[in-house]
Write a protein that binds this ligand. Structure first.
Ligand SMILES: *Cc1c(COP(=O)(O)O)cnc(C)c1O
Length: 392
């Protein structure tokens, strides 16, 4: 086993060594859904042992177990579990720690399906959530009730790259004896390690930076062994375990995670700086810019500022449509965190079900563009963005 003093670039290649059972450099995929028992006692043991990955596929599989081990090492966690998607990981983790009559404190802004789950699903089962301003740790403290079981955070978060103070949140939660879960998808384990600030559990959509190539769907939760055993119990009964092939793709992605993040960080910083100086752009939201209202906090808790850049076009909705239609390299597609640069205009999606007033109330302007900066040559990207902006 590799020691934790190795740097992340090395950990993502060598954390898996203890599992090496043959001469292969690249890990195998174990696609089998069931495994031989060596007799009745072995069968009985495997049937109930948490995380046993060589019994029946819904309990786990050896390929996903390897992936969980690497991500746990990267985050400095004792244990991990791979689920079928980021939402699968988040919902399984949340459902493990709340019951009817319990209460959650969450942020005003989360990845939309997480907010929807809290508002539309959990409420039907008697679990209530208070949504508070993520920039104010004291707002979380004030919202805690005797029946609060969970604090949910996500940093940085859409649309304005708003941050939550990890250290302050851990302090609030410890004082109230409440469990904390942080969605660390936007930062990746390279740029931010929430457990090192005292957060209990970290969730990733491995669909994004960890996979990194827009070709898999997976989620991972890491934390203490005891918490992960409890989450595993829930996953057994809910059924969202991670599939071997997607886990294998995510491990392949992880092998270059540090190298990719270095390029995402550098490219996004250059693009954010370029956009800030352009006359067609009203505002740029990127934690690495000194103009970001929480830049000092970003420097305290992140070692890189990531690849997500949001900006406002002065001329609004139609300027956004024109800008995106003129781009030649940057692709108009959902998702984020992959090697190709992707752009979306959030208002286009929201206009299907919200009025312009309701869109603005969410902090989204009509001419807002969200860019997941890829690893293409940054000069080529800026040239593409410039030609598309100059004609709007
Ligand atoms: C994509 C995403 C999720 C959900 O992940 P899926 O793999 O799509 O289920 C959760 N949180 C964040 C921040 C995301 O970007």
């Amino acid at each position: 086993m590799v020691s934790k003093v190795l740097s992340p670039a090395t950990v993502s290649l060598h954390a898996d060594e203890a599992f090496r059972t043959d001469q292969a450099i690249s890990p195998p995929i174990c696609q089998s859904v069931n495994y031989l028992a060596e007799g009745p006692e072995d069968f009985a043991r495997k049937a109930v042992e948490p995380h046993n990955d060589m019994f029946y596929g819904r309990h786990g599989n050896p390929t996903a177990k390897r992936l969980a081990k690497i991500v746990a090492d990267l985050e400095g966690a004792e244990a991990g579990l791979v689920l079928s998607s980021g939402m699968g990981a988040m919902t399984t983790a949340i459902l493990t720690f709340v019951a009817q009559g319990d209460h959650i404190v969450a942020q005003d802004g989360h990845y939309s399906s997480i907010s929807n789950f809290l508002r539309n699903v959990l409420t039907r089962y008697g679990v209530e959530t208070s949504f508070v301003d993520q920039t104010k740790p004291e707002a979380f403290a004030a919202a805690i009730r005797p029946n609060t079981k969970l604090i949910l955070i996500e940093t940085p978060v859409n649309p304005l790259a708003t941050l939550t103070d990890l250290k302050a949140m851990a302090k609030v939660a410890k004082a109230a004896d409440v469990l904390t879960i942080c969605d660390n998808t936007f930062a990746s384990p390279i740029n931010q390690k929430p457990l090192s600030f005292g957060i209990d559990l970290v969730v990733h959509s491995a669909t994004k930076y960890i996979g990194g190539h827009h070709d898999l769907l997976a989620g991972i939760v890491v934390g203490s062994q005891a918490h992960l055993d409890a989450i595993w119990d829930t996953s057994m009964d809910l059924g969202p375990i991670g599939a071997p092939f997607d886990a294998w793709l995510a491990m392949r992605g992880l092998r270059t995670l540090k190298a990719r993040m270095d390029i995402h960080n550098a490219n996004a910083m250059k693009i954010a700086t370029f956009l800030e100086g352009h006359t067609a752009v009203a505002d740029v939201y990127y934690p690495g810019l000194t103009s970001h209202p929480q830049h000092a906090l970003a420097k305290r808790q992140m070692t890189g500022f990531g690849g997500m850049v949001t900006f406002d076009l002065k001329d609004g909705y139609d300027a956004g449509i024109a800008f995106i239609s003129r781009l030649r390299l940057c692709l108009n597609a959902p998702s984020l965190g992959g090697v190709e640069t992707l752009v979306v205009q959030p208002a286009v999606m929201f206009r299907a079900r919200l009025t312009d007033e309701q869109i603005r109330a969410q902090g989204v302007t009509l001419g807002m563009i969200r860019m997941s900066v890829g690893i293409e040559d940054v000069g080529d990207l800026i040239e593409d963005i410039e030609q598309a902006l100059n004609r709007t």
